[in-house]
Design a protein around this ligand. Sequence first.
Ligand SMILES: [Zn+2]
Length: 457
Amino acid sequence: MGASGPFDLVVRGGRVVSADGSRVTDVAVAGGRIAHVGDGLSGRRDIDASGKLVLPGAIDGHVHIRTERDADAYDDTFTSGSVAAAFGGVTTFVDQIQVEPGRGLTLAGGVERRLAEAEGACVVDYAFHVNPREPARALLDEIPTLAEAGFPSVKFFMNYDGYALPDDALLYGMQRVAEAGGLAIVHAENKAVIDELVRQNEAAGRSGLAWYGSARPSVIEGEAAHRALAIARVAGCRILVFHATAAEVAEEIGRAKAVGQAAFGEAVLHYLLLDERLLEDPDVGTAFELSPPLRDEHHRAALWTALADGTLDVVSTDHGPRRLVREADGRMVPPRGTSGIEVRLALIHEFGVRTGLLTEERWVDVCCTRPADVFGLPTKGRLEPGYDADLVVFDPEREVTISHTLLHSTVDHSTYEGTTVRGWPVATVVRGEVVVEDGQLRVSPGFGRSAERGWSS
Ligand SMILES: [Zn+2]
């Protein structure tokens, strides 16, 4: 094969956007990897990308495709969720392996079970965080072995009955993560304070979703983030704070970065885009009974600023779609949970890039490149020779009004129903194979593989 081809596939004439800049050129693929980026390349297959953007495949590091929980089970399957991902330009997603307390499961047993569900079912690549939900030392002691087996990211909850780990177990778990060279991920909230504020609201007759946020003040989310960051610093492990919703959390992450801590922050689509007043909407409010809660425009502005300046590193979706349920009065309402895996790239383009809050390069960074660095996906996230040939062709002029009828999750409503965007992914390539093109899925479930994990430093 000469320097100019023929390659297996050439994506021709698009404006190739990376975290560092953009230029109109060709991207060539050989053997499932990026072979060359340059002009005048020829391939046995071509995708004409003229007038369009060519980006590294997007990575969604925080999704819940489906869980084995009794309550709050999500309604996607690995097939429907990964097809939604593919149509949204997402070439790798990271789901979670929960081990429910009291079921006698080891983390390794949970991994085996969840992997078996995903294998043969996905159309894009996937990975998993492991999530111990009880403070048992034996469970936390599994962390180093699992990291070596390819599961180096560990999620810890500080909130919710039956999920939350107390600070001593958090420290012990993070020490095991440090030993493994992995990543601790924290859902940072102060459970005791929230529980007390909920009790006080109830006692005072402050019921209903309008009071929901008042029991979860932003300053207390900031306190929990501070505590998680401090414990990680003592443990000496890399830490990612999941779904920052408040200015105070961004400040804590910024301070940790400033002293050189390996600390990262995640923004989540609905906290960037949706207002707390939605909780009072009788038609959709129930979907947003989320903890931490939706907040006001002051916090959203702080999150966008933190995303633009690098204080927050990645945008994920916390995708957890659920079908409408019938209320006692007969109305159909959405249960708690949001869907986002298919619309993130387009919505961040619309409300970040087109509004001027983010540069095009930063959009690519937070959706495609930084997630590979933060979540430990060393073969993903860059259109450079040697990386997996995961890419998306994005048409910046294509106008789409979001509706569940057009999306691919198996749910009957979208969190962003009726929102119109200009700019939409039109082709998705994973490891050099065209997965979506011309509105059609081109591969079968089982094409998606478990992605390689790890960090170079
Ligand atoms: Zn989540």
